[in-house]
Design a protein around this ligand. Structure first.
Ligand code: PXP
Length: 254
């Protein structure tokens, strides 16, 4: 299998979190877009939550106008959000689970108990020319259901990997296995959640993963280094892991 180039989409939600701490105008997430893109981000991700805790409706309107790379909008699978997406037409929508009391997205989307609701959303988005990705757990039955739903892409929740104790390789093994399974079924494989410069390597080096969505650690690091440097650092960490992989792939095929 040829090594696919891996994209970095920067999630800018927490630039808005900082702004919402004072309900003011700064920092402006739209200003972050140009900096991330100049630093090598392949796309921009933002999550319009039902509780509007960080990104606001006006931000999404402006993001749809200002992203020059690729705009990945994360939303819950509910009518209100699907209607917003259909009106603004980002290139990609990632459907995510949402619970108001959660601090962040805690697990993958349940696509098994009500598949019709998910397939209706995929059709509605596809009719508007939007590619859909489903944020799911790296489990064989969930991947199989994603294939049945006919979605073009899935994003694996990497939270279990990111939070697993040192030396416990179980979550990474599950991620590798599920990535292989999903790619074999023709699904584009994305991943994200809880990834940092320190832990991104093993995920970036999974052959089948073509897109990483990373937010909190980049914005946190940016407080000290500036956003351009924080994005560059993440890109370099991904490329270092991918570079080793491509050397190994070339040696094997020589
Ligand atoms: N991907 C999805 C679908 C998410 O919901 C999130 C968190 O908003 C991320 C990626 C990014 O996670 P983090 O902010 O931990 O990098």
């Amino acid at each position: 299998m040829a090594l696919k180039q891996q994209r970095l989409y920067v999630n800018i939600d927490h630039v808005a979190t900082l702004r919402q701490a004072r309900r003011g105008a700064e920092p402006d997430p739209i200003e972050a877009v140009a900096i991330c893109e100049a630093a090598g981000a392949d796309g921009i991700t933002a999550h319009l939550r039902e509780d509007r805790r960080h990104i606001q409706d006006a931000d999404i309107e402006r993001l749809a106008q200002s992203v020059t790379t690729y705009f990945n909008l994360e939303i819950a699978c509910v009518e209100e959000m699907i209607a917003i997406a259909r009106r603004l037409r980002p290139q990609q929508v990632t459907l995510v689970p949402e619970r108001r009391e959660e601090v962040t997205t805690e697990g993958g989307l349940d696509i098994i108990s009500d598949p019709t609701r998910i397939s209706d959303a995929i059709s509605a988005l596809s009719d508007a020319g939007i590619r859909t990705s489903l944020f799911i757990d790296p489990a064989p039955s969930v991947v199989e259901m994603a294939r049945k739903l006919g979605v073009p892409a899935i994003e694996f929740h990497t939270g279990s990997y990111a939070h697993s104790p040192p030396g416990d390789g179980g979550a990474l093994a599950a991620l590798r296995k599920a990535s292989h399974q999903a790619a074999g079924l023709g699904l584009a494989v994305h991943a994200g959640h809880g990834l940092t410069v320190t832990n991104v390597g093993p995920v970036a080096s999974i052959l089948e993963i073509e897109e990483l969505n990373i937010g909190h650690s980049i914005v946190s690091r940016a407080v000290f280094t500036g956003l351009h440097a924080a994005v560059t650092e993440m890109r370099q960490a991904m490329e270092a892991a991918r570079g080793h992989l491509s050397e190994r792939t070339e040696t094997r095929t020589r």
